[in-house]
Write a protein that binds this ligand. Sequence first.
Ligand code: C5P
Length: 398
Amino acid sequence: MSTLSNKRIIVGISGGIAAYKSAEIVRRLQDAGAEVRVVMTSSAEEFIRPLTLQALSGHPVHADLLDPEAEAGMGHIELARWADLLLIAPATADFIASMVHGRANSLLNAIILATPAIVAVAPAMNQGMWSHPATTDNMAMLAKRQVRIFGPDSGVQACGDVGPGRMQQPEQIVEQVAGCFAGQQLSGKKLVITAGPTREAIDPVRYISNHSSGKMGYALAQAAAEAGAQVTLVSGPVNLEAPERCNLVRVISAADMLSATMDACTDADILIAAAAVADYRPVTVATQKIKKHAEAINLELEKNPDIVSAASTAYSDLFVVGFAAETQDIESYARDKLQRKNLDAIIANDVSRSDVGFNSDNNEAWWITATASKVFSIRSKTQLARDIVDAIADQLKA
Ligand code: C5P
């Protein structure tokens, strides 16, 4: 899987002859799994039609800073926040100068000023313009501001000159964009997370379940996506918003969770089983609501399938992380579970405490593998999730 999978890229096009190559850049970025939006300056529209870029990116091209309709949809600040990386290709001498001066006179300039994303430029201009001290100074200023600079190439130019200033080829540019994300720990990895409780139907209106909030699993999904993984979150019923950039598969029962997880793990690298799967389910589910005539009723229960064990048995290359919610002898019970369920690592926590674990925003946990163990002292579930993602990445490297 490419490091571009799931990434959000804005391709900004300024007005130079190399703008025709931008269409190929958009296509290649999309082929590598990125989501692409295109922003054009008005002079870029003289070189390539917005319709071409709209058709390729599958989204309307953004061009106008002062268009109330566009601002009501995805406005400049929203676009600036949306992107992981902003690539200006081609970046003309004039556009580079406007960046250096922090201009906000076009939609593209305004986005560049507002974005926290990585900014990259692929310069394209005549060799004389490229060699001019003004451009040299401007490029030095962009480099100082951590703007990534791709190229330019040297060779025959559109005007007939020969020298440096040609925009790099689309494949080279896309490779360098991918390189900007290569440092992310889980970049290129497919990760499946189970989260939340399951509900086991007794009749059409009643069920057996537990108090799992799903917060830990959702925080893990978010942290893994931020670390560059492609995440499938298989979630039981919870009151949480879908985390960004995850493929959310909603399930109800353990049986549903088992089949969704086994499907998702087919081509996955990592499984984190954070779900609190109901241990038992009714042997039969009444088709009609059970009437409360009897003073007592007996429910016959059978054991649910163990999802994490099924996945670790079926997929031997999968790196499998389980959870152990314990109330006593935490480390020794967790170690036993690690072996019994054929896990690569287990995260153990003490559910007898009210300040951590179920329904709390905080958690304290032990990270245990066959050869090592360490404690993550009390911290937010968001932070713990990031630490677990780090621990997984370290383990995969080892
Ligand atoms: O056996 P126990 O429920 O304590 O094991 C906890 C670990 O096993 C968790 O990672 C949980 O998600 C997973 N599990 C599972 N399927 C079950 C029961 C637990 O995947 N039926």
